[in-house]
Design a protein around this ligand. Structure first.
Ligand code: B3K
Ligand code: ZN
Length: 878
């Protein structure tokens, strides 16, 4: 039973932002001593405490604790007896406390039994910690809240060759009997969620970085023996990130060492512990033969993200967990900007918007919708969401757009000047931006408190006599749970006007003395805003939401205007977006035809539009050639018809593949890498376009296409090409599919990260037998319910396979819910995070609704269900 199991008759309490009070005690220093043992590690914590002058006097001391055995408790050297303290469900309470004292706490923990992967645990025989959000309480009794910031020293005693913690290391002393000890000192005060310890038989790849003010920093990437040859990209990304943060934000690293340790059992992507980042191996290890271009880009982004947290998160941290987006939204914004600077900015933006829509817009439209700053939660681990991260990043981006880049940079400087070494709030951040820019951001802050995606529609008119053009923007936001009535948001709409030839016009706006030659920002602040443009020579076409200037849904553009913008706009995002919207309108017409019992016919205009993309810049062309995905089409339907969507999209892909088979094949051949493999943006773009061609050729049914895919697979080389070929084949019911899957397994069965891809590809196959094969793969000897990466590869991927997950038989739902039920007792964080696809039930037909609700109920009925999963399932079924 998980440590945080709930009694089934009492629903867990919501924790509310409104109830925040300052901590009664502060802890200036924390001295930790770990005597490592897999079955019984002892932890001695010496805490120097004092009453917080900002808190009520006489409050008792409450220390959080979970899954701990208390061995000894002493105050200022005197042991406390059981009359002096109480052990309670959530930890330990000492009622009578002096104003200041040293508390010494000795606890025992069992890292080898820690399947939750929170606190100190063992993976592959090595020790790792994960403390955010509330794992430190599984190491020792402590006020486990981010507004208690302390200076830490950490002594590790063990037989492990490598022993790492936060800060700078001291010398290693030999204790005899194969045991050694080392003490790490972290000079920077930090909350306990940033504590980390790593120990084991690891090897390191080392490098150096000198900060611009001359501090030499030793960099280390620690991995399992044999993985040393896969660290170069991670190290390169780290150094690039360090330089970028100096150049763009003036932020330098502040310790003598920066270490990254990779672990294959990890609940999420990575963790920004001070000076010792812990990473999922997925975001460290890469060689061209094992990692795809997407993997390489993921590593670059995540390394940057965690590094950037050193300032946005660590030096300035969150007062409480309701402020999570203070560090996450801001740091995602920073990693997005970093990655945009490394390759094609517009292609990066397109990818980010795709991700935002797939995860965050869907979250906003479902039962788990919540604001970027939630007002309450049951389990904070459930709030590491696309809304807090990605919508949070969009909110930061909008602020930068509204106040302008130079003011945004001044605002960042002011934020650090005011709040270095503090635990602060989102309001503090916005205040710094407001003070640095002189722009009133108070109304804008509604973005933090109001859930839901605003929908904007536009209406325009042109008066030939006065040469005036009027653009009216209307906005509404649908109700979300707990927020039935919505107010208008402050929405920056980046826009321009095109003349009939597609030329961008200089715009003059009524009330604004400055004509603008390029993109202009309109602020929509009310339910309805009208903007009057003067001196417009002829009826223009508006190009709206350039670079996706706000996280909103824009509708109401006619197919003709969409095609015009796709062909002519100067903004690459709008070109891509308009092409996608046009394709979606064609596909939804085909869905309607299928529902009416007619043959779906692909509009020749779509084929023509696709043909015109082929000769564009490769990376952009690959994005533009991809039809909107099945899930994104589903988002546009009142009641999702998974089968009709699948059939329609397949039909369109076949029609395009057939009609354009010659140019697609010619382009495929032209793009075939002549030289060796490189990892630059242009080469990634070429591979991506070439693979898009291959995918259409197979969809078109040409007899040569499947053998071509098989040949690409057999040629080996880089994983991007091999895996795309395998994914294409896995969607075809043919002998080559079986051969390729088998060959891939034989080649990579010893490599966990690559084997994850083998599981994922099968789970994502559109073939009708997929649910059955996922069921079989759950019994495969290489499937392991203790490894989050493997669960995500097989089962979470399957949850994203719309047509097969939602099979009308309900087989997909039930195997998915089975996994949650099996996983909850051992890893409740990962189990809980899997619930959301079942929460989409309202969008389906009544038969599917009933099946999905029954699975949610089955989860809720589980005896000893964790608090995490209870929150997700109960909110999803409501
Ligand atoms: N801050 C961590 C996420 C921690 C998740 C805890 N359940 C990684 C990141 O966002 O950088
Ligand atoms: Zn983060």
């Amino acid at each position: 039973m998980p440590a945080d199991a709930i009694a089934t008759d009492v629903a867990p309490q919501e924790i509310r932002l409104a109830d925040y009070t300052p901590p009664p005690f502060l802890i200036d220093t924390v001295d930790l001593r770990f005597d490592l043992d897999e079955a019984a590690t002892t932890v001695v914590a010496s805490l120097s405490l004092r009453r917080n002058p900002a808190a009520p006097i006489d409050a008792a001391l409450h220390l959080d604790g979970e899954a701990l055995t208390l061995l000894r408790l002493a105050r200022d050297g005197t042991p406390l007896t059981e009359a002096d303290y109480h052990i309670v469900k959530s930890g330990l309470v000492i009622p009578d406390m002096p104003d200041a004292c040293t508390l010494q706490i000795e606890t025992r923990i069992a890292p080898a039994d820690n399947s939750e992967l929170s606190g100190l645990y063992v993976s592959g025989g090595n020790y790792f910690t994960q403390c955010e959000a509330q794992g430190f309480r599984r190491i020792t009794y402590f006020p486990d809240r981010p507004d208690v910031m302390s200076r830490y020293t950490t002594t590790i005693i063990s037989a492990c060759p490598v022993m790492l913690s936060n800060g700078n290391p001291g010398p290693i002393s030999d204790l005899g009997d194969h045991r050694r000890s080392v003490t790490w000192t972290d000079p920077h005060p930090k909350p306990c969620y940033l504590f980390a310890l790593v120990a084991g038989d690891l090897v390191s790849v080392k490098d150096h970085f000198t900060t611009r003010s001359g501090r030499p920093v030793e960099l280390g990437v620690y991995v399992r023996r044999g993985d040393e040859d896969r660290c170069a990209h991670a190290m390169h990304s780290l150094k690039t990130s360090m330089r970028w943060d100096e150049d763009v934000f003036g932020l330098e690293y502040d310790l003598d060492v920066f270490n990254i340790a990779a672990v294959s059992d990890f609940n999420m992507g990575a963790m920004e512990n001070k000076g010792l980042n812990v990473f999922n191996t997925k975001y460290v290890l890469a060689r061209p033969e094992t990692a795809t271009d997407t993997d390489y880009q993921g590593i670059e982004t995540v390394i940057a993200h965690e590094y950037f947290h050193n300032w946005t998160g660590n030096r300035v941290t969150c007062r409480d967990w309701f402020q999570l987006s203070l560090k996450e939204g801001l740091t995602v914004y920073r990693d997005q900007e970093f990655s945009a600077d490394q390759g094609s900015r517009s292609v990066k933006r397109i990818g980010d918007v795709r991700g935002l829509r797939a995860a965050q817009f869907r979250e906003d439209a479902g039962p788990l919708a919540h604001p970027v700053q939630p007002a309450s939660y049951m389990a904070i681990d459930n709030f590491y969401t696309a809304t807090v991260y990605n919508k949070g990043a969009e909110v930061i981006r909008m602020m930068a757009t509204i106040i302008g880049r130079p003011a945004f940079r001044r605002g960042m400087d002011l934020y650090f000047a005011r709040h270095d070494n503090q635990a602060v709030t989102i309001d503090d951040f916005v205040q710094a931006m407001q003070d640095a820019s002189g722009v009133d951001l108070q109304d804008f802050k509604l973005w933090y408190h109001q859930a839901g995606t605003p929908e904007i529609s536009v209406e325009d008119s042109y008066d030939t006599a006065t040469k005036r053009y009027t653009l009216t923007i209307r906005q509404t936001t649908k109700p979300t749970p707990g927020q039935p009535d919505k107010s208008p948001q402050v929405i920056p709409v980046a826009m321009g006007l095109l003349d009939g030839n597609g030329q961008q016009l200089t715009t003059s706006l009524q009330g604004d003395p400055e004509p603008v030659a390029g993109t202009r920002i309109l602020l929509a602040t009310q339910t309805e805003n009208s903007f009057e443009f003067t001196d417009v020579a002829s009826p223009p076409v508006p190009s709206l939401l350039r670079d996706f200037s706000a996280p909103v849904k824009l509708s109401g553009l006619t197919p003709d205007r969409l095609r015009f913008l796709a062909a002519h706009d100067s903004d690459p995002f709008v070109r891509w977006e308009s092409g996608q919207q046009f394709a979606a309108s064609v596909l939804l017409d085909m869905v309607a035809a299928i529902q009416a019992g007619r043959e779906p016919v692909t509009d020749p205009a779509l084929i023509e539009a696709m043909a015109s993309i082929l000769d564009q810049e490769a990376a952009f062309a690959a994005e533009a050639l991809a039809l909107p995905g099945e899930a994104s089409l589903a988002d546009k339907m009142a009641i999702v018809d998974v089968d009709a969507i699948h059939t329609a999209r397949d039909a369109a892909r076949a029609a395009i593949g057939q009609a354009l088979s010659r140019p697609l094949r010619a382009l495929y051949d032209k793009l075939t890498d002549s030289g060796g493999y490189t990892m630059d943006g242009a080469a990634i773009g070429r591979r991506s376009l070439r693979n898009a061609c291959l995918s259409y050729l197979v969809a078109g049914g040409d007899a040569q296409a499947v053998p071509l895919a098989k040949a690409q697979f057999d040629a080996g080389g880089n994983m991007t090409d091999v895996l795309t070929a395998l994914a294409i084949l896995s969607g075809e019911d043919c002998l080559q599919r079986v051969q390729a899957l088998d060959a891939f397994y034989q080649a990579w069965r010893g490599d966990p990260l690559v084997l994850d891809k083998w599981f994922a590809i099968q789970a994502l196959s559109p073939l009708p037998a997929t649910a059955q094969s996922v069921q079989e793969l759950k019994n495969h000897p290489d499937f392991d319910l203790r490894n989050p990466n493997r669960i995500r590869a097989l089962v979470s991927s399957f949850g994203a396979n719309q047509v097969r997950f939602h099979d009308r038989s309900g087989a997909g739902y039930s195997l998915y819910a089975d996994t949650i039920v099996q996983l909850d007792p051992t890893n409740s964080q990962v189990a809980a995070r899997m619930v959301s696809p079942l929460g989409q039930w309202r969008r389906f037909d009544t038969a599917r609704q009933t099946l999905m609700q029954a699975e949610l109920q089955r989860i809720l009925d589980l005896p000893g269900l964790s608090r995490n999963t209870f929150e997700m399932a109960s909110k999803s079924i409501a």
